[in-house]
Design a protein around this ligand. Structure first.
Ligand code: CP
Ligand code: NVA
Length: 307
């Protein structure tokens, strides 16, 4: 049985298999062909943070696959009142077929998965957001930008950046990360990614200059400067990230071939300008919809890999 906590645990072949499966199931849905691969199964979804895309895509996706999804807010289940993770994991996994968790500490996901009898999916932690990267890579494939990509990530060294590091390290592509000083990625995750890059041939570089990162890039991406849980740092972060907005001037350095990705929610005129977000290089709503298809592919893949 496999869990899906970080792309670090997956080979290049496995990541591509999940993406291919997701693209195939997307075609089935577009052709209105029923695809009840998870008929009768139940997905438990535990949310300790807010969500629009993750909740809707997992819930709708499970329904379309013939199963059922349970929304469990931290405020409503005993986990939020101090019931141990290991007890919650054994109880929920004795009744459901898969579990998705959105939480703060990545270690909570690891602890849950240790005690879970069924596959556990990371729906975002402070360290990683791997389901988003399945959708992002699908979008790159659909746009033909998966061939020798040069991805520029501009902004905070956060869970999204860490996930891009792992994707690049596994698939072997070029990734340039531009963060302000003091907002660099977790050095342990960077070291892991650079070690993996030795085998995959990925070219991963870091800079404090967004212009260097985007020059000639084929994919430009960013994320909020204020992640969930960092609300109190908002004013300081807005000051510290000055000059990191992805606007038309920055996109022009990438050129017209580049696509723009953003996991959303986006804050207009903060990390990205309205003109880039709504412009013709932006594929953010295709990317958002691919959350649905990507996770359907992932859930079917995990189901097929049960022992
Ligand atoms: N991108 C993403 O995970 O969005 P939500 O926070 O709305 O789920
Ligand atoms: N980095 C953001 C991603 C939101 C989908 C956060 O963690 O809030």
């Amino acid at each position: 049985m496999r869990h899906f906590l970080t792309l670090k645990d997956y080979t290049k072949e496995e990541i591509l298999e999940i993406v291919d499966l997701a693209l195939a199931i997307k075609q089935e849905q577009k052709a209105k062909k029923p695809h009840p691969y998870l008929a009768g199964q139940t997905l438990a979804m535990i949310f300790e943070k807010s969500s629009t895309r993750t909740r809707v895509s997992f819930e709708a996706g499970m329904f379309q696959l013939g199963g059922h999804a349970l929304f469990l807010s931290n405020r409503d289940i005993h986990l939020g009142r101090g019931e141990p993770v290991k007890d919650t994991a054994r109880v929920i996994s004795s009744m459901c077929d898969m579990v998705m968790i959105r939480t703060y500490e990545h270690s909570k996901l690891e602890e849950f998965s240790k005690y879970s009898a069924v596959p556990v999916i990371n729906g975002l932690s402070d360290s990683y957001h791997p389901v988003q990267l399945i959708a992002d890579y699908m979008t790159m494939v659909e746009c033909g930008r998966h061939i020798d990509p040069i991805v520029a990530y501009i902004g905070d060294g956060n869970n999204m950046t860490h996930s891009w590091l792992m994707l690049a390290a596994k698939l072997g592509f070029q990734l340039r990360v531009a963060t302000p000083k003091g907002y660099e990625c977790d050095p342990v995750i960077v070291a892991d990614a650079l070690e993996l890059a030795k085998y995959s041939g990925a070219k991963i570089s870091f800079t404090n200059d967004p212009k260097i990162a985007v020059a000639g890039a084929t994919v430009v991406t960013t994320d909020t400067w204020i992640s969930m849980g960092q609300e109190e740092e908002k004013a300081q972060r807005i000051t510290d990230f000055k000059g990191y907005i992805v606007d038309d001037a920055l996109m022009a350095l990438a050129g017209t071939y580049a696509i723009f990705l953003h996991c959303l929610p986006a804050y207009r005129e903060v990390e990205v300008s309205e003109s880039v977000l709504e412009g013709n290089q932006s594929v953010i709503f295709q990317e958002a919809q691919n959350r649905l298809h990507g996770q359907k592919g992932l859930m079917v893949w995990l189901d097929r890999h049960r022992k």
